[in-house]
Design a protein around this ligand. Structure first.
Ligand code: FAD
Length: 336
């Protein structure tokens, strides 16, 4: 097996986030000579965390300039680590930092890059990468002859590496920080009122446009819909998804679910999150939406319409019921 470099950047507290440990587990499972390349202001704590991973070398680019996510410094650090390691395979977690910087690094080092990999394995004695195409409709297994081959592994696809920590010795790689025009002054997130997207949650709760439609009494009940959904999210700590119809309504500034933004959209033109279970409410389950449920383990839906898309083979269980009624009862049970 060829040599492998695992690339990871530290978080603001100097630790390694779970996606980095997942990528480490994938890298270690291939069985080649393993190098770990770390980037951050200081990386000793991160290096100690992975001391038991059996890496031949732990290389690092450190300094204040490398604390902030920024293309110029991230790409310079990753390029230097790739060159210092000389590894044929470079594996990194799909973080916004690496997604932005590593395609450019692949060009600089004369290699190739594949993004959104979901697994890595040895096929016919060579490394092979699995990824989905056409919005999760087709799965392919790829091999490449070009090296270095940089692979970004999506989060939540393999169990995180959980080996022993210890004291690691680090080889420092010098990189001139160079002139940068970008300074990160803070983070601005969508005005969603509160954090509702929770990638680590066991349950995905999806709200569809039905929550805002006229109900049996001929009136809309959006205020109650908001309360029912938020109460459920608070009690269950589920992650909140939405259908495109619903988030488009919110985007138009209509008086509907104020905490819902395009960030919540699940589907072909939205997200494809990974959760053990999913509960769809007041959502029709059309194919462009349901394709975003590809990686949801068990799917349930509540819809008044016994002929909705979910009932046609897209959900494991469909409750033909009024979601207002059901969620009132569920919240009462959770509160009790
Ligand atoms: C190119 C393209 C890309 C698209 N990408 C996406 C995407 O990424 N994500 C996405 O979601 N959609 C996407 N769509 C749109 C998609 O096809 C649907 O139009 C959309 O998902 C419908 O949203 P909905 O089910 O919430 O609304 P509706 O179709 O209006 O369905 C509302 C549902 O609520 C039910 N309902 C109403 N009241 C209640 C109640 N009290 N209790 C229970 N059920 C109730 C109704 O029976 C109905 O089934 C895309 C479409 C195209 C053409």
């Amino acid at each position: 097996m060829e040599s492998i470099l695992l690339l990871a950047h530290t978080e603001s507290d100097g630790s390694l986030a779970r996606p980095a440990l997942e990528a480490l587990a994938a890298a270690a499972s291939l069985g080649g000579e393993l190098h770990i390349g770390l980037v951050g202001a200081q990386v000793q704590a991160a290096a100690d965390r992975v001391a038991g991973a059996g890496a031949e070398r732990i290389l690092a680019v450190t300094g204040e300039a490398f604390a902030q996510p920024r293309y110029a410094t991230d790409a310079a650090a990753a390029e230097a680590l790739c060159r210092a390691s000389g590894a044929a395979m470079v594996i990194a977690p799909t973080t916004s930092r690496w997604s932005r910087a590593l395609p450019g690094v692949a060009f600089r080092v004369g290699g190739r890059v594949d993004t959104h990999a979901t697994s890595l394995a040895i096929h016919n004695s060579v490394p092979a990468v699995t990824r989905w195409f056409y919005r999760q409709r087709m799965e392919a297994v790829l091999t490449r002859s070009q090296r270095p081959w940089i692979v970004l592994l999506d989060a939540g696809c393999v169990p995180a590496w959980s080996g022993a920590s210890g004291h690691a010795s680090i080889e420092s790689v010098d990189v001139a920080a160079g002139e940068t025009r970008t300074t990160v002054t803070g983070t601005r997130s969508p005005d969603a009122g509160q954090q509702t997207i929770r990638p680590d949650a066991k349950l995905l709760f999806v709200a569809g446009a039905g929550w805002t439609k006229k109900q049996g009494d001929g009136a809309t009940h959006t205020a109650e819909a908001e309360k029912l959904i938020l109460d459920f999210l608070r009690a269950s700590q589920a992650s909140l998804g939405g259908s495109k119809s619903l988030v488009d309504l919110s985007g138009e500034g209509e008086a509907v679910l104020r905490f819902m933004t395009h960030m919540n959209q699940i589907g072909q033109t939205g997200a494809t999150p990974r959760h053990d279970k999913g509960l769809s409410t007041c959502c029709h389950g059309e194919e462009p939406h349901a394709v975003g449920w590809r990686f949801i383990g068990e799917r349930r839906a509540i819809n008044l319409d016994a002929n909705c898309g979910w009932a046609r083979g897209k959900a494991d269980v469909v409750y033909v019921a009024d979601a207002f009624e059901v969620m009132r009862q569920v919240n009462a049970l959770l509160a009790g």
